[in-house]
Structure formats: C-alpha cells, structure tokens
Design a protein around this ligand. Structure first.
Ligand SMILES: Cc1ncc(COP(=O)(O)O)c(C=O)c1O
Length: 365
C-alpha cells in the first residue's frame, strides 16, 4: 500500500515514539509526592516537556488531548475575552468552531485566490476591537503556508492576541513566530501518538482552564492553581502519549519538505489533473488537492484505495472555509499528502495510479 494521507495522521509511527509510549504506560502517577515512582514519572514528564519546549522557545508547554483540545483551551479560555475575532481564511474546524462558538463578531482576514492572507489589506481593513486572531500555519487542504510572523507583528501592534494552529507544521517548520498561543498534535509529522497535543502559552497570556480537577498539590484549595502548566493540566496525564511525543521531539523530523512538496505537486500535474490553490509562490507543505473532471472526489478516493492500493483523502477535510476559498465547497477535493517516510517507490505508485485514473476519466467524458 502507498500511503498519501499524512496530513490526517502520519504513519508509520516513529519507533522511538512507540518505545516512549511503552515506557509511559508502565510509569506510576506523576506528582509532587514523596514516593520514588511518583518522582520518576514526574521527571519523565519534565524531560518530555523540555524536548517539546525546544519547538516553542519562550513558551510554557502544556499537554492536552490533541490539537483540538489545545485550540479549544486557547480560544475559549483566553482572558480578557475578545470582543471581535479575526479568522484565517483556510481554518480547520478545530480552530474555526471554537472561535465561532465564542458568540462574538468574526471577520475573515483578506486573502488572495489561494487563501494566502494579504497583510496590506488586513492592515487597511482591520476591524476595531479585534482582540484575537486565529490562524492556521499552513492549509491542511492545499499545504500553502500563511505569513504568520508578519501577521503576529501586525496583530501585536494593533493590540490583538494570536492563536496559531500548527497541527500540520510542528516538527517541520519553525514555530518561533511571535504567536501568543501555539497548538499542535503529536500524531502528524512528529509521528507520535494520536490523542496527544500541545498548547504553548506565551509570557503574560492569561487563560481560564476549561477542565478543572486535581493537579497533585494545593489540594485544599477550591480554585485551580495559577501556575502553569498545572493550571491547564487537571487529572492524570496521558503518560504514553506525552513520553512518545517527548521522544519524537528529541529525535526531530529529518526531511526536505520543500523538495517533497515540489515532487508531490509535480506528480499530480504530470497526470494532467487540476491542482487547486497552489498558484502563488508561498512556501508549502507536501499536501496537494485536485479534482478529476466528471468524477466525485469520494469515488476517486475509493477507486484509488480499492483498485490501486493508494490511500488518499477526499471531501472537505474538516476545513469548509478553505473549500469556499477554492470554490470546491460542494464536494470538496481529492487530497494527497506525503510524509518523511514516503519513498520514491510510493511516489511512482501514485504517479502510475493518477495517470491511469486521469486517462480513464478522459476516455469516459
Ligand atoms: C489543521 C489541523 N488543525 C487541527 C487538527 C486537529 O488535531 P487533533 O487530531 O490533534 O485534534 C487537525 C487534524 O486533522 C488539522 O489538520
């Protein structure tokens, strides 16, 4: 099987992550108690936190049950509550839905036809009272990145906080961009476990916890402690997930992402298929969306899986606003995405499958 759904989750998991998970599963409950098993577990969590912290300079690392949980914590927990929220044009629902659920006015940052934010227009059209900008680092539909560093500088100058959804980019692009809060998953390019995520909290950012409970100290108080990370980490932590992520972060991802992105796009172009949203020169991850004339994207996904043994993902990819930008909101697109474990053989299989598919589609039309 040739796997081209790394944008959903990257497989296979990193061997060091699986070793970390096994170690985590055998640990005692971490805490500030006295017995040695508690200390040993707390030391392991601290070590993982330091490894992940290298991806988020000057931020406090807090662990959550995925990027979705981290984004909800960031957006719904931010204090003071924003009165107006600016949304990135290509947001995943993990960021868009919690932002819309705040129940305050939202506006979409101006952008070009590929969904890349236009900073000059954003400055000129900035909506008064915007207290929060929610933006994705790169689109999980087209792979195309946003000018996050310049956007953070603009937001800061205009008095707004920035929440960055870095689920697709953690481990492969720098996250040191000036955002106030950065959320990502363990199971994408870092190849650790699903159900584990991170929220990096910048200095001076105030968050109300969404989940309350025990933290291993201050048990007599009714309130959650003020101190991070414990303020946001009630309950027994996901030790297998955290240790897996720590191990994966220590090893890092060695991968020429730019070359991989170009190679994947070239395969789709070479088959004569219509690539969407990658006309500009913006940096991009190897995530390419296309349509096949006369074919429903879901039928294409099924055929690639059943007939060609190639795994891709069709539909809206949990990012309806991205598809509105691309004009594909009715049926979505077919998306191929590669990862650091994708081989030249996988790409050759994909090229063969897409070539056959495109020829059949042309013959049928
Ligand atoms: C862009 C983006 N943001 C957020 C998420 C949610 O991540 P998680 O699965 O860790 O909750 C995903 C997962 O598909 C994603 O692609």
């Amino acid at each position: 099987m040739s796997y081209f759904d790394h944008a959903a989750t990257s497989l296979p998991r990193a061997p060091v992550a699986l070793e970390g998970a096994l170690r985590g599963a055998e640990l005692g409950n971490p805490g500030r108690g006295l017995h040695r098993l508690q200390r040993a577990a707390a030391d392991e969590v601290d070590r993982a936190r330091r490894a992940v912290g290298a991806l988020l300079p000057a931020m406090t690392v807090t662990f959550h049950a995925g990027a979705t949980a981290a984004l909800n914590q960031a957006i719904a927990g931010l204090r003071p509550r924003p009165r107006v929220v600016a949304l990135g044009p290509m947001l995943h629902n993990a960021a868009r839905r919690p932002a819309r659920a705040l129940g305050v006015p939202t506006w979409t940052l101006p952008h070009d036809a590929d969904g890349v934010i236009d900073l000059d227009r954003a400055r000129a059209e900035w909506v008064d009272d915007t207290g929060l900008v929610v933006v994705g680092h790169s689109s999980n539909v087209t792979g195309v990145g946003q000018p996050v560093e310049a956007l953070c500088a603009l937001a800061k100058a205009l008095g707004a906080r920035v929440v960055l959804d870095a689920a697709p980019t953690a481990g492969v692009w720098s996250l040191d961009l000036g955002a106030d809060l950065v959320a990502f998953s363990a199971h994408k390019h870092l190849r650790a476990l699903p159900g584990t995520g991170v929220l990096g909290v910048g200095p001076g950012v105030e968050l109300e916890p969404l989940v309350r409970g025990g933290v291993g100290f201050d048990a007599a108080a009714d309130e959650m402690p003020e101190v991070l990370p414990e303020r946001l980490e009630a309950g027994t932590p996901n030790l297998p997930g955290i240790l897996a992520l720590g191990a994966a972060a220590r090893v890092g991802v060695s991968w020429d992402v730019e070359a991989a992105s170009g190679a994947l796009e070239e395969v789709v172009h070479a088959a004569g298929l219509r690539v969407l949203g990658r006309s500009a020169d913006a940096p991009a991850l190897p995530v390419v969306s296309f349509t096949v004339a006369g074919q429903e994207p879901r039928a294409v996904e099924e055929m690639l899986d059943r007939v060609f043994d190639v795994t891709v993902r069709a539909g809206l990819h949990c990012a309806p606003s991205a598809h509105r930008v691309l004009g594909t909101e009715r049926t979505g697109t077919v998306r191929v995405s590669s990862g650091s474990t994708t081989t030249a053989g996988d790409l050759a299989e994909l090229a063969r499958a897409l070539g056959d598919l495109a020829r059949h589609a042309r013959a049928a039309s």
